[in-house]
Design a protein around this ligand. Structure first.
Ligand code: COA
Length: 161
């Protein structure tokens, strides 16, 4: 049985992430999308808000579950009997960092492999930072995130000002 995790910050989830989630869900039995409570980033959305956004956009994917974690990914993998880590590769610039993470995790949890999916070309330029920045200037983010998420982003940015 392939039990996979797709970890990330998802601040906010974008169409690029959703593309990876849908494709990863087809190649594993269960996929947990897990939001990292990352102390080194100052997120726009709380972990609970990010979890709820993911639950909303993944509601129709039967084998996809949403969770959150803090600390080491390797510990989370071990504690949850996960045997596959999914990551998206957008461009060659992602590669070095991803390779380093995959190799470190393989040392820490040898029973789990990291599988890379190449992000679909139409999303290869996308990042959560770009989405937040375009939205903060009132730009149109409808091509980058689902409508329900766009609304939450604009609402949150309005609250911040
Ligand atoms: N489409 C669109 N954007 C994508 C994307 C895709 N397919 N894949 C990645 N991105 C973007 C994200 O939006 C994010 O953008 P941002 O930096 O503007 O916010 C950026 O790429 C980083 O991606 P993300 O997937 O959120 O990774 P991360 O670097 O924040 O976190 C973890 C990666 C969670 C896997 C890693 O930090 C981790 O495991 N941390 C736990 C601690 C640990 O175990 N450390 C040791 C690791 S060896």
């Amino acid at each position: 049985m392939v039990k996979a995790v797709y970890p990330g910050s998802f601040d906010p989830v974008t169409n690029g992430h959703i593309d990876i989630i849908k494709r990863a869900a087809r190649i594993c039995d269960t996929l947990t999308v897990s939001v990292l409570n990352n102390k080194s980033k100052s997120p726009l959305f709380s972990v609970d808000e990010r979890v709820n956004m993911l639950k909303d956009v993944c509601s129709e994917l039967e084998n996809v579950h949403i969770d959150s974690f803090s600390g080491l990914l390797a510990d989370y993998v071990r504690e949850n009997d996960i045997n596959m880590v999914v990551r998206g590769l957008r461009a060659i610039t992602d590669f070095e960092y991803e390779l380093q993470m995959a190799q470190t995790n393989r040392k820490l949890v040898p029973f789990a492999d990291t599988v890379f999916l190449t992000t679909s070309l139409e999303y290869a330029y996308l990042s959560s930072t770009t989405v937040r920045e375009v939205a903060s200037y009132g730009g149109d983010i409808s091509q980058f995130v689902p409508d329900s998420i766009a609304k939450l982003i604009y609402d949150k940015l309005r609250q911040e000002h």
